[in-house]
Structure formats: C-alpha cells, structure tokens
Design a protein around this ligand. Structure first.
Ligand SMILES: *Cc1c(COP(=O)(O)O)cnc(C)c1O
Length: 375
C-alpha cells in the first residue's frame, strides 16, 4: 500500500476517490429549463386525491408495504396497454422502483457484474456509465453518427466484438432527442441474442412525434427486450420517484433477486396509483408541450443554430465557441438550461409558453454579445 493510499480518508473504493456526485445544479431562478420536468403540476383536485391516498396509506405505516406492489403493477400494465396493444403487457411483465434510475441500476445488478460488459452509443445518458461502475460492469461506448442516429452496421460490429450482457438505448435519446426506429431495436435484439438484454429507455416516450412507434410493440417478438418508462417526465411526477419497465416475466423474476426488501414504500405505491388514476389530466399538456417543442426547433433553426431533431421535451442546439459562457449568460438573465451533450452544444427543456418565450428573449440578448459566438 502506498503512503497516499494509507492516508486516504474515508477508505473509499479506489475508483470512487475524487469523483463528484452526479447532478445538475439546483438553483432557485425564475425559469428552470434544465432537467426536463413537465412544467405543469397537478390541479388542486388532483393534488387533494393524491393527498387522500397518502393519508389512507399513513394509517398502515406500522406494517411493511406489499412487496409485490400488485395493484400498482396492474395499473401500470393497463397504462402501457395504450402503446403496446391492450392486454399485451400483463402485470407479471411489469416491474417498478424509485425512479427509472433505480430500475436501471437493478438491471445492471442482475445482468451486469464482474466479467460482463454494458454498452451504449454516445452521446448517451450520462448516468449509464455510473451504474456500470457501481456494479463492476465493464463499460464500452460506441459512437452515434453525426446526425445522432445509430449506425446499425457499426452497432452490430460492436455487439459482435464486445458480446455485451446489457445494451442501453435511450429512445428518445438524452441529450439529443433522437428516437430509435423499431427495425434498429429489432436488429440489435437479434444481434445480442440470448447472451444479453437490450434496454430501451423510453423516459421521454410519451413526447415522441406522430407516427414514431414505441419499442413496447416489439415485446412479443424479442424475449431479451426491456422497455423502461418513468413518471418523472411527461407524467408530471418527478418528485414522486416512480420508474418502471415491461419485459418478459423471466426478466422481472430475475430482478426480484437483487431488489432491496420492500423497496417501494406504501406511500409511493399509494401516490403512484392515485396519480395513474389522473393520467388524462397529468398527461393533458403533453400535446401542447410537443407543439411548443416543434416551434422551438423551428425558431432556433430560423435563428441559424444547429438543432437536433427532437422526439422529447427538450432541444439540443448549438454550436457555440464557448458554451459555458452562453449557459452563464442565460443564467444571469434568470434562465437555467443544461450544459451537456457534445462540445459546443446546450440542452434546453420545453417549459410553459411563458418560460420558453423568456428563454428565447434571453438567448437573443446573449447572441448580441461576444459570448454568443458560434463555433
Ligand atoms: C430523466 C431520465 C430518466 C428518468 O429518471 P427517473 O429516475 O425516472 O427520474 C431516465 N432515463 C433518461 C435517459 C432520462 O433522461
């Protein structure tokens, strides 16, 4: 042991030393367009129903919750039926945890691990390499094409070379907004075969454009396909912490082996069920947000920016010589966006019409200054 190691405190795993915890800045500014939340909260009536459900759960808190969250799995299966075909997703195919981030970690705990490899295609969701690190899974990132699509031949080559146990495919992709066509998902499921699982992370699935299918439709065709969703984005429930997946029942059975006992609290289960009862209201602004997103893409292109096509509730745009200066310039004007993605690009979430207008104004302000210079 070196003197440096001997002196290190706390005695953390070596590969974790000096690492900053993940997280976008949480700043109290008027316009928050940095973490892709739905800007519209529940109505007072909906909030009252949710509170009543939490109240009913409160009187049972001396008991452990239903470990199998049976009622919630039934409700989630029925909700997914809208995209998959009614009855195609059964409760045995559904699993849930505290945010789809926990779902994803459980998938890596069950299907990754020492001697195994997880792959994705960059730019991709920045949490994936962290789940791999935390589960001692080898991490390999291929590259997306210049339009942020996945080059299927290159992807198949990578699968053949690395023989991954887990393939992580966000669709629509974060941070680019790019959706993956179903034949690409099918081709990758086939290439991976029975030695791995293919996870299509549809955190932004409800925002996809007209005519863009969900990977849920392919669940009957590929037993190694896992589709994850969340209540954090379109469902206006980021504070609720409820993510879920649909997959072959053998996959949900495998996750049970690694989950913590009673990982979904009685309060979470009750509140998520009440929120699902109000799905039409909570999702009620999704069409408006999609129109707002398309208008924002058009606006930024008209302003001469490079803009990635988006099927999500955010837009990646650029490119700037100094994106940090632009991010800071916007923040100085009360608009918080996200400094993420490939060099020179920035990501902005779609907010209310007023918030998006404030962003446009702040950006054209910044554009007139030297910091707004394009790359
Ligand atoms: C926001 C997001 C999630 C959702 O995370 P939760 O833990 O459910 O809040 C999952 N995947 C991607 C790519 C995301 O951007």
């Amino acid at each position: 042991m070196s003197a440096e190691e001997a002196a290190a405190w706390p005695p953390l795993r070596e590969e974790l030393r000096g690492i900053e915890p993940y997280g976008a800045p949480q700043l109290d500014v008027p316009v928050q367009l940095n973490v892709n939340e739905n800007p519209y909260g529940p109505s007072p009536e909906c909030a009252a129903d949710i509170a009543a459900a939490a109240g009913r759960a409160a009187v049972t808190l001396n008991r452990y919750p239903d470990r199998e969250f049976t009622a919630l799995r039934v409700a989630l299966a029925s909700y997914l039926g809208k995209d998959a075909g009614a009855g195609d997703v059964t409760p045995e195919m559904v699993w849930a945890a505290n945010g789809s981030n926990e779902v994803m970690l459980q998938l890596l705990q069950a299907f990754g691990g020492p001697g195994r490899t997880a792959i994705s295609f960059a730019p991709t969701y920045s949490m994936y390499p962290e789940y791999a690190r935390d589960t001692h899974t080898r991490w390999v990132a291929g590259r997306r094409a210049s339009d942020f699509a996945i080059d299927l031949d290159a992807a198949r080559d990578l699968v053949a070379r690395e023989r991954p146990s887990v393939v992580l495919l966000p669709s629509p992709n974060n941070p680019t907004g790019t959706a993956l066509p179903p034949d690409a998902v099918s081709a990758l499921c086939q290439a991976v075969g029975d030695h791995g699982i293919v996870v299509v992370d549809e955190a932004y699935g409800e925002f996809r454009r007209e005519g863009v299918p969900s990977a849920l439709e392919l669940l009957g065709t590929h037993r190694n396909l896992v589709v994850t969703r969340t209540m954090s984005k379109a469902f206006a429930g980021a504070g609720l912490r409820l993510g879920y997946l649909a997959a072959d029942p053998a996959i949900t059975a495998a996750i049970r082996v690694v989950r913590l006992p009673y990982h979904l609290s009685a309060v979470t289960q009750a509140v998520a069920l009440a929120a699902l009862d109000h799905a039409p209201e909570l999702l009620g602004r999704v069409d408006e947000l999609r129109r707002e997103r398309d208008a924002l893409v058009d606006h930024l292109r008209a302003e001469g920016y490079q803009v990635a096509d988006s099927d999500a509730n955010f837009v990646l745009f650029g490119r700037f010589a100094d994106r940090h200066a632009v991010w800071q310039g916007l923040l100085d004007r009360g608009v918080l966006i996200r400094e993420t993605g490939p060099a020179g690009w920035l990501r902005v979430s779609v907010g209310t019409a007023e918030e998006t207008a404030a962003f446009r104004t702040a950006l054209s302000d910044v554009q007139r200054e030297p910091i707004g210079e394009r790359a």
